[in-house]
Design a protein around this ligand. Sequence first.
Ligand code: GAR
Length: 216
Amino acid sequence: MSARRTAILISGRGSNMASLIDAARNPDFPAQIALVLSNRPDAPGLATAKAHGIATAAVDHKIYAGREAFEGSLQAMLDTHRIDFICLAGFMRLLTASFVERWRGRMINIHPAILPSYKGLHTHERALADGVKLHGCTVHYVVPEMDSGPIIAQAAVPVLDDDTPETLGARVLAQEHVIYPLALEIAASGRVRIDGNRVIGAAKTNDNRTLVSPRP
Ligand code: GAR
């Protein structure tokens, strides 16, 4: 099977994007990063992508009257680049149900928490406030409900006594950079099957690579 033409959608820094670009440099990787698209023209990740020789585009949500019009331009850009798989990587716009349905099974997202705990924003602050001992990250297929959908990969990290949202967030981010390329590899390879909320077959691939990271 030829590599899936993949777009990464970002809104900011793009460190997860960079980890995906890096993984996709392997000629055996089942996804090819064909476009990096941001809803913010000033997103630092766009410059990083350009420096890697990847096509970039900005579709500024602020100039559109509503979500449908914004997504119309988004879809046109994806069509122009013949994209057939999407990775959301710190893309901070909610997508409409019709856009999500159009891409169902072909769009994945990374979230900085062990879903279904801590959907939404400020996950590290909330985990610290709750006193949980494990926190982490999740890559999942995107469905219309926010931060839901079949889970492809997760990683857990310990929460330490002296953690701040920043130190905890950095520990989680290091694991995001491990599991996102892994999850893209799993999802783009077509080796897995989605059965309700479950991704069947993913465990075989990520047994030894999804981890609880050791104390730093
Ligand atoms: C990442 O931590 C990602 O999990 C999070 O935004 C950050 C983007 O960083 N995503 C969300 O919160 C989505 N709800 P990056 O631009 O360096 O990849």
